[in-house]
Ligand binder design. Structure first.
Ligand code: NAP
Length: 284
């Protein structure tokens, strides 16, 4: 049997295990996806022991290891060298290679549900791992990205980093995440993306944006998938904006990881439906 891991701390109950184990079963693969809570101080040991076993096929990496895992890998993809974070590891005959499929998942869902990104002005809330991955891909297509973050210096760093890449087509600015800035930015934005945990379970009463700033004509993408409909998305819908949850992003990043591990096309509909059903069953 081949084994995949999810490595994080704490990892709790994971939709990734449910989704990938269902996909392995559907394709008749003798593979298993297991969750490991690995503390930061145990990461080097975990990589040296478990990730070098012959049955290890690959892993997903989640918080807080997405950046710190890089120094334990033999190689990283060109995208990881830009984004600076890994969410997928592939064991290529004992050689560990790191990839990032979060941005791929986000772009696939945005292209399907938002459409043509050319000329778009984007308000990107957050400057952590998810924002870096999404911002990297977005900046190749859109006209303008305004990064708004609680810690202003991190937003400035992200804007500088993205602007320096030759493939960046967008004008990138950074602002502190404050109401007065949101008022101005959301007046001109076509697309608002939440890449913070504000509104994620269990803090479902939180939202990064006051509801009176949401309006028709704005497209609101919340990268959070649990709950499927966050407070931000509910209020955006009520204000007449178009909305998109992080569920497809989650499934699409998983589909991209599945392909990297197995070389096979994933059973996409099944993966989407098992996660959607589990989230619906758990709805609070
Ligand atoms: P991260 O690297 O820890 O970054 C978190 C970001 O959120 C930072 O910019 C942080 O700002 C901001 N933030 C955290 N708490 C905040 C608060 N109370 N008020 C304002 N800003 C706050 O985490 P990440 O990996 O980017 O993940 C962010 C979110 O993206 C997750 O919660 C998850 O829902 C979503 N995500 C979704 C998928 C998917 O597949 N759908 C994949 C990955 C992530 P500071 O810089 O000020 O700390």
């Amino acid at each position: 049997m081949k084994i995949c891991y999810l490595i994080g701390y704490p990892v709790g109950h994971s939709m990734s295990a449910l989704m990938h184990n269902a996909a392995f079963k559907e394709l008749g693969l003798d593979f298993s996806y297991e969750i490991f809570s690995v503390k930061s101080e145990d990461l080097a040991w975990f990589v040296a022991s478990r990730l070098h076993e012959p049955d290890f096929m690959g892993a997903n990496v989640t918080m807080p290891h997405k950046v710190s895992i890089i120094r334990h890998l033999d190689e990283i993809s060109p995208e990881v060298s830009r984004i600076g974070a890994v969410n997928t590891i592939v064991n290529e005959g004992g050689h560990l290679k790191g990839y990032n499929t979060d941005g791929i998942g986000a772009m696939r869902t945005l292209k399907e549900d938002y459409g043509n990104l050319d000329g778009a002005t984007v308000a990107l809330i957050g400057a952590g791992g998810a924002a870096r991955a999404i911002g990297y891909y977005l900046s190749k297509y859109v006209e303008k990205v305004i990064v708004l973050n609680r810690t202003p210096s991190t937003a400035v760093d992200l804007a500088k980093m993205l602007s320096a890449f030759p493939e960046c087509k967008a004008n990138i600015r950074a602002l502190p995440l404050q109401r007065k800035n949101l008022v101005k930015v959301l007046g001109e934005a076509h697309l608002l993306i939440n890449a913070t945990p504000l509104g994620m379970i269990p803090n479902v009463s939180e939202s990064p944006v006051d509801c009176d700033l949401l309006r028709p004509g704005l497209f609101v993408f919340d990268s959070i998938y649990n709950p499927i409909k966050t407070r931000l998305l509910k209020e955006a819908e009520e204000a007449g904006a178009e909305t998109l949850s992080g569920l497809k992003m989650f499934v699409y990043q998983g589909i991209a990881s599945f392909k990297l591990w197995t070389g096979l096309e994933a059973p996409e509909e099944l993966m989407y439906h098992v996660v959607e059903k589990k989230l619906e069953d758990e709805k609070i």
